[in-house]
Design a protein around this ligand. Structure first.
Ligand code: GUN
Length: 295
């Protein structure tokens, strides 16, 4: 049985470490300040936003929750973003996605100052990853790198396979693992829905990061002994034995893969809890950046 990567415990530890750093920073300068924007009332978004607000409070970070109705106009949202961009008391800005359909999320993200983009979604920040000099890294890939660090995984020279090519997870994690850096230097293959011969590619991998959004797509027969598995998938599958009628599973079939893996993240409790903790880290970083620049 492979060792389980306890993302929940690491995230808890991180939050307490960040809280201490925030306390010290707040004494020297001022309390870091995050603005979270939510438009409409998507139930999942509301849950995510609530957990971001709660984590901020735990870390001693001030948080403003800005709520807009679902029919908000682009110009109104841009006006708010411009105001927050120009407000020196605001360090980080996050616009919860998905946005109502009349809004173009790419345009909205580009309107956020890259220096306050704690989600790391702005093309400037994605470009900085490509350049090999990251500023703000999206929270999920950043959380994956943090887990690899904390579990002492050496990536240099390893064969890493990333399944999924999203702009938020697949592409940035692939780039981070390939970059010339302490937690990079891996040989990275990106697989996706059109990849031919994925089984062979997976069977040769030392590290697999799966962010495809397809329940149990990787099973024990597809991986080599000793593989390290990072499962980013969160999929609902029917389960009549539980009250709510479904349970959450990853992209990896935990039961058959975990006996072969040397390290594996469970779902839930693996990568998921890390995301909010990394948002806190990015917010502190944004505040420090301003302090350094005497902003
Ligand atoms: N919606 C789902 N995940 C995220 C996230 O990490 N950031 C934002 N802004 N919206 C999301």
């Amino acid at each position: 049985m492979g060792k389980i990567i306890d993302g929940k415990a690491v995230a808890k530890q991180l939050v307490s470490e960040i809280a201490k750093e925030v306390e010290a920073f707040s004494k020297d300068f001022r309390v870091p300040h995050l603005a979270v924007i939510i438009a409409g009332d998507d139930p999942a978004s509301r849950v995510y936003v609530k957990s971001k607000v709660r984590a901020s409070e735990k870390c001693g970070i001030d948080v403003d929750l800005v709520k807009f109705p679902a029919d908000i106009k682009e110009s109104e949202l841009f006006q708010k973003l411009d105001e927050l961009n120009n407000d020196n008391s605001i360090d980080g800005i996050l616009v919860q996605l998905p946005l109502p359909s009349q809004l173009d999320s790419k345009k909205v993200i580009e309107r956020i100052s890259p220096y306050k983009d704690v989600d790391g979604f702005h093309p400037y920040n994605l470009g900085k990853i490509l350049e090999g000099d990251p500023l703000f890294v999206p929270c999920t890939p950043l959380g994956i790198i943090e887990l690899l660090k904390r579990y002492n995984v050496k990536t240099t020279g390893k064969k890493a396979v990333v399944v999924g090519r999203s702009v938020i997870v697949g592409k940035p994690i692939a780039m981070l693992l390939a970059n010339k850096s302490k937690n990079g230097n891996a040989t990275v293959t990106i697989c996706h829905s059109k990849t031919a011969g994925i089984k062979k590619i997976l069977s040769e991998a030392d590290i697999i990061v799966c962010a495809a959004g397809k329940a149990k797509m990787i099973n024990g027969d597809m991986v080599k002994p000793g593989v390290i598995i990072i499962d980013v998938g969160i999929n609902r599958i029917k389960d009549e034995t539980v009250k709510r009628g479904y349970r959450l599973v990853g992209d990896v079939d935990f039961e058959s893969v975990s006996p072969k893996a040397s390290l594996i993240t469970p779902v839930p409790g693996g990568v998921g809890p890390m995301t909010v903790a990394m948002l806190m880290k990015n917010t502190l970083k944004a505040a420090r950046l301003k302090y350094k620049n005497k902003g």
